[in-house]
Design a protein around this ligand. Sequence first.
Ligand code: SF4
Length: 481
Amino acid sequence: MSIMPQVIGVWCRQQGHEVHYVLYGGRSNIVKQIPDNLDLVFISSFTFTAQLAYSISNMLRSKGVVSVLGGPHARCYPEDSCKYFDYVVGLLNKELLLEIISDGIHHHSPGIYLSGKKQPHSIPSVEERWEFIEKGYGYSAVIKLIPMISSFGCPYKCDFCIDSSIPYQQLDIDALKSDFHFILSKVKRPRIGWYDPNFGVRFNTIMNAIEESIPPGRADFIAECNLSTLTESNVRRMRKNGFSCVIPGIESWYNYGKKAGMNGLEGFEKVRQVSAQLNMIQKNIPYVNVNFIMGLDNEQGQEPFELTKRFIDMTPGVYPSFLLFGAFGRASHANLKYQEENRIIPIPFHSHRSTHFTNIKPGNYTWFQFYECVIDLLNYSFSNRALYKRFRMIESGILKWFILSQSVSTGGYGKISFHASILNRLRTDKQFRSFFEQETTEIPVFFRERVKNDLGPQLWSWLPEGALEHDPNIYLKSLSL
Ligand code: SF4
């Protein structure tokens, strides 16, 4: 559940428009949820839902509805998105929204790409967004989160990250305090999910606001934070104030040390220091989930994978999430390097998801070597021995079962069997292998069928001609025009 669609909903209502807010998590029939008689539709989409967004846009445009795309896919792939939408929006603020609406709401083909210089200075309050938040709150069956954000952008410059190019901006603290009071008046013990890309950059400011507004024990929080924020005194303060889950990114043993406060440290020394810090964090905060990125160019051989195994041994209570490194269009300037080296594989957007695939031909591994290392590490990290140790380290009964269910489903066993099936396909499916070796750009049947199955017959029929393909080097080409 993103926050910006709620913000757009409030801003449109303030202009006197009737607003329908539809959430789609893949389980229901999205077409049935879309009301008739729309003038304009805003769709927020990740890249892996781009084909779904393209189909819906095509279907609605055929009925005269003007379509606008926002969200990460719009920022990463504006050229491709403009083929299927009337407007494609990068950073949206209220002025830009009013400009789009006052444009007279008519079609543009190809669509127009618009972007504000920065994120909005302020967003509507939780009270103003509450109707939309409640809809999302009821939508989630397992973890019910109230989404809040205290800052946009990030002061760090991790070269893979879409937020690294957005200037850091703290949102108004008094407005946040009012939001807290409103939430407490509505929910007995809310679980608040911070949508800041990097929560706690101004740690004391935000923690003071929480302490002044929320009595201990009245709310739980989940946040993505850097290790440099998670010092022992900060972690204790977070525990006291109800932080039950933190998600720091380690990413690599050879890079991204600055955001961990460990600049210059790499290899086993970094493993040792990160592990010690995370063990301290895990003693205070029940659920600690760390992210690793596999397939970075500065890694080679077995060593990076073996170092992560040592980390798993030394940090048994921490849940590891493994992502494959991917280049998402214009998300980062660093992606130009892979386009210059002609290493980007045009995997259809629907499968362009770091949990499932990398679209960059590995720099220092063959595909077989890479997948063998990935599968070996995953097997190690979700072995019976590792699971048993993890299970023992977690105190909360509910959390034990949550982690176990994560491990035996999509996060662990599911991921192992998925990557194993891809390795097998690379070995046995000539067309698939040729695509990954860049001998052909023809989309393999495997990917086509995945999109077809997930869209279902109705939306598959609305997928525009050519929408499975994209130019993987369009960012680079646009700079030479
Ligand atoms: S610290 Fe996190 S949010 Fe900031 S640039 Fe790095 S990955 Fe992105």
